[in-house]
Each structure stands twice: as structure tokens, then as C-alpha cells.
Design a protein around this ligand. Structure first.
Ligand SMILES: Cc1cc2nc3c(=O)[nH]c(=O)nc-3n(C[C@H](O)[C@H](O)[C@H](O)COP(=O)(O)O)c2cc1C
Length: 172
């Protein structure tokens, strides 16, 4: 079975998630493609997993454009969709807003793989926004002088495993 993992990434977290997903599918023929470098044809694969990071509530442009361009093809094949984001509590809302209903309904899986607010890979504007997001996440529910009540988001390996299991189950 040929599996395509098509993704975009701005600061590397989605790329890390897709490497973890590919690892879990190691017995299959898996091709991971960064959509900034290559635009594969979904019709050449038995399963297509597509995802990317959320930025200002929207799926990263490269992933959103790829989904839009191939919507018809994706409706008639095995597919799954994933997002990576900093506000994991809003994941369901992001999935609903960014993955067209007709694709979600036919999908083997729709998931959030967690996310990171990692200043290390960021510069300029992205760094500024990420700093603000870190403050929002760690200050949430906290009164003045209290220690942070929330920790920073992380990649969720169990969500990636469940997604891999759904891909495998779609071939049975
Ligand atoms: C400019 C910018 C905007 C972002 N907007 C959102 C957002 O609206 N919601 C959210 O949950 N996370 C948001 N994030 C956090 C990213 O989704 C998160 O850092 C993710 O792990 C980045 O994935 P990547 O490294 O693959 O680009 C934003 C990050 C940046 C830099």
C-alpha cells in the first residue's frame, strides 16, 4: 500500500510529527512530502494524509491550497487530515473551520497532533507572536503572583499513533 504524507510547516513541528507518523507506518511504502518543495498527485497513492500548522486560526496556506486544489480527488479516496497548533483546546474548532465538511465526513481520521511554542526556530514576527502565545497559555486561569497553571503545548504521540492505526485499519 502506498501512503502519502503531504504537509507544510513553518517552524519544524509539523515535520517532526510527520516523521513520527511515518515511523509508525514503517511496514508500508510511505512518502513524506513538504508541500513547499513538491506537489504530488494524490491519485498516485492508496492513502493520503494531509496536514499542517494553524496560524491565526487558519491552516497553513500551502496545506490549505493543496486540499482545495485536490478536493474532488480526495473525496473519492482513502484520506486523513491532521493539524498542529499551540492552543490544543481549540483543535476541534480549527478542524471544523479548515477541513471541508465533505472531506471530514469521508475521512478515515481527523486529528490534532498537538503542537509546540518553540522560540528556538523562530525569528521576527513569528517570534513575537509565539512569545505572546506563550504568555496567554501559561497565564490562563492564573491570578497575580500565582505560579502558571498551564504548561506549554507538546506533540501528542498517542494522537499520532491513533492516526496511524486508523490508516492501517482502512486497508483491512
Ligand atoms: C504567527 C503565528 C500564528 C499562530 N497562530 C496560531 C493560532 O491561531 N492557533 C493556534 O492554536 N496556534 C497558533 N500558532 C502556533 C503554531 O500553530 C504552533 O507553534 C505549531 O506547532 C507550529 O507548527 P510548525 O512548526 O510546523 O510551523 C501560531 C504560531 C505563529 C508563529
Amino acid at each position: 500500500m502506498k501512503i502519502l504524507i503531504a504537509y507544510s510547516t513553518k517552524s519544524g513541528t509539523t515535520a517532526k510529527c510527520t516523521a513520527m507518523l511515518a515511523d509508525k507506518l514503517a511496514l508500508h511504502s510511505v512518502k513524506s512530502v513538504n508541500l513547499a518543495k513538491e506537489l504530488p498527485d494524490p491519485a498516485e497513492y492508496d492513502f493520503v494524509a494531509i496536514g499542517g500548522p494553524v496560524r491565526f486560526g487558519r491552516l497553513h496556506k500551502k496545506t490549505a491550497e493543496y486540499i482545495e486544489k485536490h478536493k474532488e480527488k480526495l473525496m473519492s479516496r482513502r484520506a486523513g487530515y491532521f493539524i498542529v497548533c499551540g492552543f490544543v483546546d481549540s483543535a476541534d474548532e480549527y478542524i471544523e473551520k479548515n477541513i471541508p465538511a465533505e472531506l471530514r465526513e469521508g475521512a478515515s481520521a481527523c486529528a490534532c497532533f498537538g503542537g509546540e511554542l518553540n522560540l528556538k526556530n523562530m525569528k521576527g514576527f513569528d517570534r513575537l507572536i509565539t512569545r505572546m502565545m506563550i504568555k496567554v497559555v501559561t497565564d490562563e486561569g492564573k491570578s497575580d503572583g500565582e505560579l502558571p497553571t498551564r504548561s506549554l503545548p507538546e506533540i501528542m504521540p498517542e494522537s499520532i499513533s491513533r492516526f496511524a492505526d486508523a490508516i492501517k485499519a482502512s486497508f483491512r
